[in-house]
Design a protein around this ligand. Structure first.
Ligand SMILES: C[S@@+](CC[C@H](N)C(=O)[O-])C[C@H]1O[C@@H](n2cnc3c(N)ncnc32)[C@H](O)[C@@H]1O
Length: 289
């Protein structure tokens, strides 16, 4: 059986586990969501996030999610024995995140021995575009990994077959009407600007050599295919080194007959997990010259 190399600076994986993760696509069909989690329109699966956390950090490291939603990143951190910090704007989702972590922690007290490393999960209810304020208010540490799925711009505000079904079931089809919600930015361009600015403000809080994984999708909007993942990746290279993508495919989603009999309209069943590295600012600007 192969061992973890003592020279491995990034993670605690065996050579086989490392190699497997470097493939640029994977299929992951999320498990059915629990009752409270289904309210949120766009939760990602914690077991998938755990694989990223295991690749880009070691036990005891610090992971940050600026768009926490129902807290999936912190559940992944808890399971992987990493410290997690998350910011979520909406009280109802922050509360779901807190409850999920409390349940995990109470299960530990009931069942497991003290062999686990002591790690903490912190849910902050607030605005992640005010990065400096949050860091001062909560005396937050330097981060090893940022992993998140931001609002997909004005995507959730458009009506579609899938959103009508959620509406009928009394579930949220958008996060809120809050003007601070990046998904409610007045235009796609403004959304992209605000989103990238948040990541630029985050740069001094990330350790040099630390990584960012941002999960996004391209999507059809009013007959135009919006290249959100690609537009965002290009903007981010002003601040971070782009290391490539892993494409997350889902092959168990309903196919809707969008465009049937007149035009090609894709059922977009994949997401881009975009990977960036935080270099020294000078190194980053040298690369651009
Ligand atoms: C795609 S969802 C994240 C879902 C999360 N990964 C999960 O598994 O539940 C994006 C989240 O960002 C939140 N959000 C939007 N603007 C925000 C802001 N300015 N500050 C903090 N959170 C914000 C939304 O309320 C929404 O819950």
């Amino acid at each position: 059986m192969s061992e973890v190399s003592p020279d491995n600076r990034l993670n605690e994986l065996t050579p086989q586990e490392w190699l497997k993760f470097t493939k640029t696509w994977f299929i992951h069909n999320p498990a059915p969501r629990k009752k409270a989690e289904v309210l949120h329109p766009a939760k990602y699966p914690e077991d998938m996030i755990e694989q990223f956390v295991n690749f880009f950090t070691k036990k005891g490291d610090v992971v940050f999610d600026p768009f926490l939603g129902t807290g999936s990143t912190l559940i992944a951190c808890y399971n992987a024995q990493r410290n997690g910090i998350g910011i979520e704007l909406q009280n109802k989702y922050a509360q779901i995140a807190k409850d999920r972590i409390a349940t995990k922690e109470s299960q530990l007290q009931l069942g497991q021995s003290g062999a686990r490393q002591h790690v903490k999960q912190l849910v902050i209810e607030g605005d992640s575009t005010k990065i400096d304020e949050q860091w001062k208010k909560f005396s937050l540490p330097q981060i090893n990994l940022v992993i998140t799925s931001p609002p997909y711009g004005p995507m959730l505000n458009k009506k579609g077959l899938a959103s009508s079904k959620r509406e009928e079931e009394g579930l949220d089809t958008k996060y809120s009407d809050d003007a601070r919600d990046l998904g409610n930015a007045p235009s796609y361009e403004e959304f992209l600007k605000r989103l990238t600015l948040m990541f630029a403000d985050l740069k001094p809080k990330i350790k040099i050599g630390g990584h960012l994984v941002v999960i996004l999708q391209n999507y059809m909007d009013k007959g135009n295919y919006t290249m959100l993942a690609w537009d965002f990746a290009r903007e981010m290279t002003k601040y971070y080194q782009f290391r490539g993508e892993r494409i997350w495919c889902q092959d168990n989603k309903t196919l809707y007959p969008y465009g049937y009999k007149y035009s090609f309209v894709p059922n977009v069943h994949h997401h881009y997990c975009l990977i960036f590295k935080n270099l020294q600012s000078e190194e980053q600007s040298e690369k651009k010259e």
